[in-house]
Design a binder for this molecule. Structure first.
Ligand SMILES: Nc1ncnc2c1ncn2[C@@H]1O[C@H](COP(=O)(O)OP(=O)(O)OP(=O)(O)O)[C@@H](O)[C@H]1O
Length: 312
């Protein structure tokens, strides 16, 4: 699917679902001071995870808020929502959009962003404002302040919140692909970065115990994940092809964007504006293979390593 190339988008509009279609109701760029006073002031909701980056997100947010208010004062009303625990950001986002928010901005890491993205949907459908016209849409935004903040890396963004505020003030928007996961009985679940199965999913789980070590938490999490890990045969089907068995799978990663694990460029050719996903499969990896090939993972040069394959 052709998507206009937009340099470094600051606010991004999720496509309605998967890669199938795009919303036509993108809001235009935020205009200058004079025009802003004549037209609707946007309501921007900042969903902040105070526990992100081992508690650093909450502290940074407190320092940032006065600056943010000054920078955005002319453009929008600012609403601050501090999450109370896991999954809270999903509900807060849904409520904000139903109440007519013009943008919901995740403040934190990839976990917070993931919850905010899922708040844009309910039972697989885009959430809509209750008393705005059908043309109204809410934008997704990000102030990356997490441990890994891996989604932001694909755009070359760092954890510098002042840069993020500059992007929000500039107000450039772009449509973004969103991946969709459908289980046998559950509502669809959406992802914007990398979805993964088996060892790397365990690594993400265990990494949460080592966040105090910064990005290294993902390396420690992976090594912990290898403890008692068995590579497994998986049956997979890609792009409406035939089902095939892939033997001794260590991890299977489906990338809409390039990075996970605190800077590992796991799906190096993924592009969230391309309309397609990249699938990378690691086969028959042991913990020592992971350590020996770690530099290749960080550099995104692992696709030529034995036991690694990529499908688009
Ligand atoms: N108030 C809270 N207390 C504890 N946990 C929370 C709270 N709010 C959100 N969370 C959970 O914290 C998880 C991790 O947060 P987040 O992703 O922002 O930071 P991080 O893990 O440091 O960053 P990254 O995922 O980029 O490495 C989220 O997935 C969310 O479920």
């Amino acid at each position: 699917m052709a998507v206009p190339a937009t340099p470094r988008p600051s606010l991004i509009l999720p496509r309605a679902s998967s890669h199938a279609h795009s919303q036509s109701s993108a809001v235009g760029p935020i205009s200058g001071r004079a025009a802003a006073s004549r037209r609707h002031r946007g309501d921007f909701v900042f969903v902040v995870n105070p526990s992100g980056a081992n508690g650093r997100t909450g502290k940074q947010w407190k320092q940032l808020l006065p600056h943010l208010r000054t920078r955005l004062a002319d453009q929008c009303n600012i609403c601050e929502c501090i999450t109370s625990g896991p999954t809270d950001a999903v509900d807060v986002t849904r409520e904000a959009i139903e109440d007519g928010a013009d943008a919901v901005i995740a403040v934190g890491g990839d976990g917070t962003l993931h919850e905010v993205v899922n708040g844009f949907f309910s039972k697989g459908n885009p959430v809509r404002a209750l008393d705005q016209g059908p043309d109204h849409s809410a934008a997704l935004g990000l102030i990356p302040l997490g441990t890994g903040s891996d989604f932001a890396r694909t755009f070359g963004w760092t954890n510098n919140p002042h840069d993020a505020i500059d992007r929000i003030v500039r107000g450039v928007k772009s449509k973004l692909d969103i991946g969709m996961m459908v289980g046998p009985k559950r509502d669809p679940h959406f992802f914007v970065n990398v979805a993964d199965i088996h060892l790397s999913a365990k690594a993400g789980y265990f990494a949460s115990m080592y966040k105090r070590f910064g990005n290294l938490c993902y390396v420690f999490g992976a090594l912990r994940g290898f403890w008692g890990h068995n590579n497994r045969d998986l049956r997979i089907k890609v792009n409406e092809g035939e089902w095939k068995t892939v033997h001794n799978v260590t991890a299977l990663c489906i990338g809409n964007a390039k990075y996970f694990g605190g800077g590992m460029k796991i799906t190096p050719t993924a592009d969230p504006f391309s309309g397609s996903l990249e699938v990378v499969i690691l086969q028959d990896f042991k913990w020592y293979d992971f350590l020996l090939k770690l530099h290749r993972l960080y550099g995104g040069t692992h696709l030529s390593v034995n036991g690694v394959s990529s499908i688009r």
